[in-house]
Design a protein around this ligand. Structure first.
Ligand code: KIV
Length: 276
């Protein structure tokens, strides 16, 4: 099966085939996600919380993103890889924004970048697309605006707020995005936007009508339990399994059960004798 591209995602929308997206932050997990044929691996700035223990995505830097992005792109042979542009990496002028997006492509090896915002970032999106950098938009709950929004709340709950998200989606499409993430918006609003734009919508807490779904891998596997939003479904509970394995290791080392001779290396008797 060939590498997933922006064209694949557009075709999937046209054919009514749902798109699967999950986050990836490291080589080993990205390999499993790639083997599982998840269409898109998103190196989200959620890595700040999940991998680095920050209390929001705001402290994440370009260098931290690149570090994780490189590990993921080394693992992905089929899945498309998209990297989040971190907070303020696309707000300090077009040149700076293009340079940062270009670094994720050139140094990180991703196929596209994602950035948060609507009409206010449309010019930046258009400049990136013009430079040959595919861009994914992100509307609704945009975690980089948490201080402005006053918390992590559902967005677009009244007519005015919902219309603003729709207008933003249309502006992003006009600017050239190849896809739009809709985070924490009412399902009927996501359904309407999905019908109005030609590019695929990828929902997270946005109901079943989006063209695809994205979740944080560590949430669905039960690896990250600090916060569990309503929209998360846990598909496996790996935390307990890991803890059991770790406790067995501890017990076997303490009791001298591990390592056994099959885990050890020997040496020729006559060489050994010379040591004594
Ligand atoms: O940072 C992230 O992981 C994201 C997704 C959850 C949409 O933006």
């Amino acid at each position: 099966m060939g590498k997933v591209t922006t064209a694949t995602l557009r075709r999937m929308k046209e054919e009514g085939q749902k798109i699967t997206v999950l986050t990836a932050y490291d080589y080993s997990m990205a390999k499993i996600l790639d083997e599982a044929e998840i269409d898109v691996l998103l190196v989200g700035d959620s890595l700040g919380m999940v991998m680095l223990g920050y209390d929001s995505t705001l402290p994440v830097t370009m260098e931290e993103m690149l570090h994780h992005v490189k590990a993921v792109t080394r693992a992905a042979s089929r899945s498309m890889v998209i990297a989040d542009m971190p907070f303020l990496s696309y707000h300090l002028g077009l040149i700076e924004s293009l340079r940062n997006a270009g670094r994720l492509i050139q140094e990180g090896g991703v196929q596209a970048v994602k950035l948060e915002g609507g009409q206010e970032v449309a010019e930046t999106v258009a400049a990136m697309v013009k430079a040959g950098i595919p861009v994914m938009g992100h509307l609704g709950l945009t975690p980089q605006q948490v201080n402005q929004l006053g918390g992590y709340f559902v967005q677009g709950k009244d007519e005015g707020a919902a219309r603003k998200i729709l207008d933003d989606a249309l502006a992003l499409e006009e600017a050239g995005v190849f896809s739009i993430v809709l985070e924490c918006v009412p399902a009927p609003v996501a359904e309407l936007i999905t019908a109005k734009v030609k590019v695929p919508t990828i929902g997270i807490g946005a109901g079943p009508h989006c063209d695809g779904q994205v979740l944080v891998t560590h949430d669905i596997l039960g690896l990250y339990n600090d916060i569990t939003p309503k929209f998360v479904k846990q598909f496996a509970s790996v935390h307990e399994l890991i803890k059991q394995g770790l406790q067995q290791y501890k017990d076997e080392v303490r009791k001298g059960i591990f390592p056994e001779s099959r885990h050890s290396y020997g040496m020729a008797e006559e060489e050994l004798k010379k040591l004594y």
